[in-house]
Ligand binder design. Sequence first.
Ligand code: ADP
Length: 277
Amino acid sequence: PPVKDEIGTLVDTLNLMLSRLEKAYNELDEAYKAQRRFVSDASHELRTPLTTIRGNIDLLEKMWSQTKNQAQLVEASNSIIPFHQDHFLLSQEAMTDISAEAKRMSTLVNDLLALARADAGYVMEKEAVDVYALTEAVVRRAQLLPRQASWEVGDLSALEGIFVQGNEDYLQQLLFIFIENGFKYTPEGSVTLKAERKDDFMAWIISDTGLGINPEQVPHIFDRFYRADESRGVTAGTGLGLAIAKWIIDEHQGSVEVTTEEGKGSTFTIWLPIDFN
Ligand code: ADP
């Protein structure tokens, strides 16, 4: 009978809606959990340098008040103020520590801001960007980075006359992240930048002969705060660089490929669609 059919259809529809709601709920729940994890990881990362800075400032304060007391005593007895070699060295170390940690915090805060923007659905301003000129600018900046590896710029001619619809600042940051990582994880050997063009896409290829990445860890390197075990000892990174890189690539409808072998090195290839207008 038709009524039974209608009820049947209604039940089917309700079931479908229910399963969709369930799916949406699970997605929201996942996103919410990820967000909470992000905030808690971020707070933890920010607390570590803050603790070091506080400790060093306490130390400086203590030394300063000791020195002041001694200076007052010396002044009262009318003799020459003694020079405390120990205090001098200690305070110098403390200030170097403070400066390094403050720098680390400022990198971290900038990275966190970029990701907070990504989460908030920030839309990048885009225009036709001259990729060759942009690459040259990044290459110049990269020359100033600290490194043990040699830095080789290969053939970039594939980029001549190529434009990409993109955000110049973020594209610079993108390429920079991969070059900087190459230097960070290549204690000896070389880091090379090349360019390629295939159909409607251009690519930056950054390869290094450094540490490489364990195959089990490769799927996670673009996650926020993820750092492969071997790299922890090497440098004080934030684990956010590649997460930001991934966001910038996605925003430009690009893609990234990784080939890597532990102890041999890694190659990152970043594909971006060419703007033909
Ligand atoms: P960070 O470098 O601050 O740790 P990233 O997000 O840039 O964070 O990279 C995540 C992890 O991926 C690094 O900790 C490192 O283990 C690994 N990685 C990235 N680039 C390279 C590379 N060129 N060679 C070896 N490992 C790399």
